[in-house]
Design a protein around this ligand. Structure first.
Ligand code: PMP
Length: 390
């Protein structure tokens, strides 16, 4: 039996989600923008799904924009804020983000900076992957228009103090230019376990992706606070309140809403987090010769482990694990296959050689203690063998 330990890259589709999507596809094929009954039925189902996602985030349905995934949602958030600012102000915008971000935030902000469109500050984490709210707030300048912060690191599992950052931003006095930084949270890895109440987070924008929540791939959502004007990236029709033109991925939306519904209440999610923490800690305490990347204890998300095996090669490790029936990854699936070292591991002070010796094992709702024990035994054996072969 194979052991899947790459839930941070994607989660298996829940059967109940697949059923909801198939039922919808067969019954409601209409274009949700069409006026006839077939269209309106599809539209009503989408509205229902939108309301479910809104309930999860404690916001209004009209504040949910469905996108093709979190990469698009993050781009819409960042470029949407910047383009809208540029249209309305002459001041060059400053953006604050962190070195723990996913590529869809990190590379977007880097690219805008290199094109001279924005000024940017990339806040560094401590060597154990932590960032304090003050590190972000301290970087605010007169021209800061956007703070974009990951909630839970997909690579090293740090939980960032997004609630504290949101509260501190709320207390901030408007700058000389009368700007108040807009706050964007990438909650992709956090939503399964942690509270994404946008009011409590005091955020203006928040990103979700369905395939990290036992939902389908190719569908995500961006929360856009009522009243916030962001520019759209794509031009076209008026779907998704004009912010994301194009016929909606209807069954994807139904699947996303179902997956979110199945996450249950906050209590259910906390219980799931507690159970998975035990598996994570077993894994952390029994992996030999690997140095844990990222924080320990409460500051680490319950489902992530990341180890650097000094002197070994991660591709050899991943392949050897795969041959033994274990699916693990080197870090972010979005850069797998690229020769670029992980900017996140570099920010933690790992050298290029060390970043190339890193294995991420991420856990999910189907993970069992028996699987963890077998995976650890296999990993330790592989590491032992490779070290002897050096
Ligand atoms: N943000 C984070 C934190 C992620 O982990 C990912 C997926 N690895 C994304 C954004 C991009 O998500 P998607 O695959 O839906 O584009």
């Amino acid at each position: 039996m194979r052991i899947y330990l790459d839930y941070a890259a994607t989660t298996p589709l829940d059967q109940r989600v697949a059923d909801a999507m198939r039922d919808f596809e067969l019954k409601y094929f209409g274009n949700p923008s069409s006026q006839h009954r077939e269209g309106q039925q599809a539209r009503a189902e989408i509205d229902f799904a939108r309301a479910k996602v809104a309930k999860f985030l404690f916001c209004k349905p009209q504040e949910i924009i469905f996108t093709s995934g979190a990469t698009e949602a993050n781009n819409l958030a960042i470029q949407g804020v910047i383009n809208s600012h540029i249209k309305n102000y002459k001041i060059k915008p400053h953006v604050i983000t962190t070195k723990l971000e996913h590529q869809s935030v990190y590379n977007t902000i880097q690219e805008l900076q290199s094109r001279g469109v924005i000024e940017a500050t990339f806040v560094s984490p401590s060597s154990n992957g932590l960032i304090q709210a003050d590190d972000i707030i301290g970087a605010i300048k007169d021209n800061t228009v956007l703070v974009s912060c990951i909630f839970v690191s997909n690579e090293v599992g740090s939980i960032l103090p997004v609630r504290e950052i949101g509260q501190a931003l709320l207390r901030l006095q408007p700058t000389t230019y009368n700007l108040k930084p807009i706050f964007h949270v990438d909650a992709v890895q956090a939503a399964k376990f942690y509270n994404c109440n946008v009011e409590k987070l005091n955020c203006d924008l928040l990103t979700l992706s369905a395939h990290k929540l036992y939902g389908p791939k190719g569908i995500g959502a961006l929360f856009v606070k009522k009243g916030l004007k962001i520019a759209n990236l794509t031009l076209g029709g008026s779907q998704e309140y004009g912010l994301r033109p194009g016929t909606q991925n209807t069954s994807g939306i139904i699947g996303m809403a179902k997956a979110i519904e199945l996450l249950g209440s906050l209590d259910d999610r906390s219980e799931a987090a507690q159970n998975i923490t035990k598996l994570r800690d077993q894994l952390i305490s029994s992996v030999k010769n690997g140095i844990l990347n990222g924080p320990t204890g409460e500051a680490r998300t319950c489902d992530n482990t990341s180890f650097t095996f000094f002197g070994l090669d991660q591709d050899t490790l991943i392949t050897a694990l795969d041959l033994e029936g274990i699916a693990a990854s080197t870090g972010s699936a979005c850069v797998s296959g690229s020769s670029k070292p992980s900017h996140v591991l570099e920010a933690l002070g790992r050298t290029t050689g060390q970043t190339a010796a890193t294995v991420r094992l991420s856990l999910g709702k189907l993970t069992t203690m028996a699987e963890i024990l077998r995976a650890v035994k296999t990993l330790n054996n592989i590491v032992n063998r490779l070290e002897h072969e050096k």
